[in-house]
Design a protein around this ligand. Sequence first.
Ligand code: HEM
Length: 445
Amino acid sequence: MTDDRSPGAEGARFGGECPAGFFARRSFLQTTVAAGLAGAASVSLLDGATAHGATVHGAAASHVAPGAEKTVERAKPIPFHGEHQAGIATPPQRDATFVSFDVTASDRKALTDLFRTLTTRARFLTQGGTPPKTPPDSPPSDTGILGPEVVPDDLTITVALGASFFDDRFGLAARKPVQLVTMTPFAHDDLDPALSQGDLLVQVCATNRDTTVYALLDLLAHTSGAMKPRWRIDGTRNPPRPVGVPRDWFGFKDGISNPDVTNVAQMNQEVWAQPRTDEPAWAVGGTYQVLRIVHFRVEKWQQVPVAEQERIFGRRKVSGAPLYAQDPNASDLLDPIYTNDPQGLITPLDSHVRLANPQTPQTAATSAILRRSYDYDRSPDVRGGLDLGHAFCCFQRELNTYITMQTRLEGEALVPYISPRGGGYFFAVPGVRDEQDYYARELLA
Ligand code: HEM
């Protein structure tokens, strides 16, 4: 077990929330983004968005401010090339946007061009550099949101494919990851088709909001005609209050029990698709990604006494420690233990943690996922109410692990306080190996 105290979250100052989901509610599918007119695109797509303007850990500037005595060192970019994509085992950055796309490329060649373009842009954006200069009488080559130089800002761009990507359009049906299916509703789900499914999911994470928006606008400007946004959810990670992993909108520390992302054997066992399995060879090094947009009934939750809230989650609210810990300062790193509590007198059998991971031999194979969720705020909703929730995001080597776990959670005590509204199942493709490689090359070759 490990916690995911990320360098991006520790000590970082939270800078406010973007009106999440405005893409989903706007008719921007009709927006035409002329090639090379990234600036024009930003006007129509950014309407309503605000930058956080928060301070950054290890400032990512590379130039000297007037009067400054020392050059501020540029933050090291998160490597783009590798066996696995960044943005999965990467400690969660503070800001994220998840955008689901319908692919509109006309044929396999256009599809391959799309993936090459996505790769080229992601490589540049995540590593940083100077956008190309254009003549004064031509449109600028970028939006200018990040100033004269694109700084890495811990940006990661992670690309994943939905089951519909493998329909008969591109002749790829035989190469679909074996467990990839279209998400169907669980009991208590209230899925909105306008917030669900998609051919391709792009997850963009960075320390600051302006970097996330800049990257998204850049990707849109360079790929118009080949993919169209279908829905979007934005989220942030709250700062530690006062220490440890962030609290979610229910006030609980969320993200404590997770695989140790530095443990290669554990990650191979629980997260990364492996060779010599049923998965197609191209998929090795990738992973199944689940995104669920889960509305929280915060006002109703607010009426529940804390002791009852703790029984619903199966952990202490203030400390995050397991329920057997009486000391208010107990560590959240203590492992929950149920062997001396078969009847659930301490940790109820229908509590969230106990159903997610019952710690029984029968459930051992379906109890480990890598959670990497963000909190969203889309308030007010259409009825003028609060819409706070979770962009629940997790990665696992087998999609069936998630489906089995979520099925167990159909009976959890948390059910009256949450309402899953959308999302989908995807397969995050393996990493881009080097300058010659591109996203999903072995799939498309
Ligand atoms: C969307 C609403 C959810 C909320 C508010 C929530 C919150 C929490 C909290 C507070 C914990 C305890 C602290 C921790 O270990 O992180 C926890 C643990 C956990 N949650 Fe969730 N969660 C949600 C959804 C889900 C879903 C959809 C799944 C998977 C299907 C899931 C899987 C887990 C797992 C595996 C653990 C760790 C269990 C353990 O090993 O002790 N959660 N969650």
